[in-house]
Design a protein around this ligand. Structure first.
Ligand SMILES: Cc1cc2nc3c(=O)[nH]c(=O)nc-3n(C[C@H](O)[C@H](O)[C@H](O)COP(=O)(O)OP(=O)(O)OC[C@H]3O[C@@H](n4cnc5c(N)ncnc54)[C@H](O)[C@@H]3O)c2cc1C
Length: 428
């Protein structure tokens, strides 16, 4: 088997055809949460994942209240609350470590608030454990989609190994380079002129950092760390770089690069020591990209749709990409449940008059309309925050540090978008 998860020709699975109710393309945080939410309401879905296993190692995701609301509905929030440190404050400092502003979350309305840097692999494993055996089909790289059959609403998905799946609903949760989005004709996510390195430092004997996130602002760059647990600390370093794509480098070079940059721009912060404690397999580098959608209906084609990063790739400046993917998973399930299983007697007559695939199509369109305003708001705001935090212009940086930062860390607004209520699953 090669690293893309494809199977050599002549493999026994070649040309096998599967019929399913729902196919989810992509076994990342959004795809697995969606399959689990569907399972919780009695709808079977299979997840086609190109890799040969769940993504192991790696670093963390900051998950806020809105993500914890979804995990709560899925019955998983308590295990993460036990495992990962709740961060009680957010502090922004200049490159010399002088505090520009600090917000204690206890001062904000709507508490108690969750902000935890949760290990990505732990989230994926927890979601996968709750799924019925055989739900995730590894080594299943989707290579093509056939247009939804207009009479039946059935779509056929083709895999690189030659096998096919047909389904009533196809959901592309296949990330920022989504093949489903590209099949739909959506624009590729565009670089925002910034590059980020993130990692997870390990302190086997325990670390002494307080339960707060600390962000340091430099000239055209910024860095931060968020304690994850007693022995782990998540960090990132972001800088302006408008060259279109950097050369792929080894983890060793990435670590050395971040260390040099941090020593140059933030020598008196704890970051050099945190980065030094990061194992190579816990470090990664990415160009920050996003896309703003203008027409939510362009994200639906027949009974096919996209969600998570495939639908609304965003910069990580608000730590909301994964949180929004979780919200999508739950809200999409609510809509599909109404279309496929609604027990509502009064609605039944109207439902019967409408073929199932039309009900599904409507549910998907409704889903995208409902998500449009929120995901565009977060994507736009996240982009603006990223630009403003690291312009690299001395005068603007002065205004930023004196006036804008205290405005950002405002107790009435800083957490407002994380108080989003996703509702419950039918029957809860
Ligand atoms: C530097 C950085 C920091 C971030 N920090 C945060 C944070 O703090 N908080 C937060 O909430 N979000 C954060 N994010 C965003 C977050 O990582 C994403 O929004 C989230 O992972 C999206 O989930 P997803 O399930 O939509 O896609 P992904 O997690 O990308 O999963 C997509 C899956 O689809 C699979 N796939 C792709 N193509 C195919 C195919 N053709 N066939 C089959 N399978 C396929 C992939 O292998 C993958 O498993 C950050 C992102 C970056 C780049």
């Amino acid at each position: 088997m090669d690293s893309n998860g494809s199977v050599p020709s002549g493999d026994i699975r070649k040309s096998v055809h599967h019929e399913e109710e729902i196919v989810v393309v992509g076994g990342g945080i959004g795809g697995l949460a969606c399959a689990l939410a569907l399972h919780r309401v009695g709808i079977k879905a299979v997840v086609l994942e190109q890799s040969d296993a769940l993504r192991a190692g790696g670093s963390a995701l900051a998950l806020w209240n809105n993500a914890f609301n979804v995990l709560e509905v899925l019955g998983l929030s308590e295990q993460f609350r036990t495992m990962f440190t709740n961060l009680l404050a957010w502090e922004i400092m200049n490159s010399q470590g002088k505090t520009l502003a600090k917000l204690e979350f206890a001062e904000c309305e709507g508490g108690p608030h969750d902000l935890r840097a949760v290990e990505r692999s732990v989230v994926l494993e927890a979601l996968a454990r709750e799924l019925p055996e055989g739900t995730i089909r590894f080594n299943s790289r989707v290579s093509g989609i056939k247009k939804t059959e207009s009479k039946t609403g059935i779509t056929t998905v083709e895999l690189q190994d030659g096998s096919t799946y047909s389904a009533k609903v196809v959901i592309g949760f296949d990330g920022i380079n989504s093949c489903v989005a590209s099949w739909m004709g959506l624009q590729k996510a565009q670089s925002v002129g910034q590059v980020g390195i993130r990692g997870m430092a390990i302190f086997p004997e325990g670390h002494k950092f307080e339960e707060k996130a600390q962000l340091f602002l430099g000239k055209g760059c910024r860095t931060a760390y968020l304690p994850t647990s007693r022995t782990k600390v998540f960090w990132f370093f972001v800088w302006n770089d408008s060259s279109q794509g950097w050369q792929k480098t080894s983890e060793e070079q990435i670590k050395e690069e971040s260390l040099q940059q941090v020593l140059k721009s933030f020598p008196s912060t704890p970051l050099p020591s945190i980065i030094s404690n990061t194992p190579l397999e816990r470090i990664s580098k990415s160009t920050l990209r996003h896309r703003l959608n203008t027409d939510p209906e362009s994200l639906v084609n027949g009974t096919i749709t996209v969600a998570g990063d495939a639908a609304h790739p965003t910069t990580p400046n608000m730590g909301q990409g994964g949180c929004m993917a979780l919200e999508d998973a739950l809200i999409l399930t609510q809509k599909l449940y109404d279309a496929l299983r609604s027990p509502n007697i009064e609605e039944l007559e109207t439902l019967k008059a409408t073929p199932e695939h039309e009900r599904i199509h409507r549910a998907l369109v409704e889903f995208q309309h409902e998500r449009h305003e929120r995901t565009n708001f977060i994507t736009t705001r996240s982009y603006r925050i990223g630009r403003m935090l690291q312009t690299g212009w001395t005068v603007i940086d002065f205004i930023r540090d004196r006036f804008v930062i205290p405005l950002i860390l405002n107790k009435n607004t800083f957490l407002a978008h994380t108080l989003f209520d996703v509702g419950k699953l039918p029957g809860q």
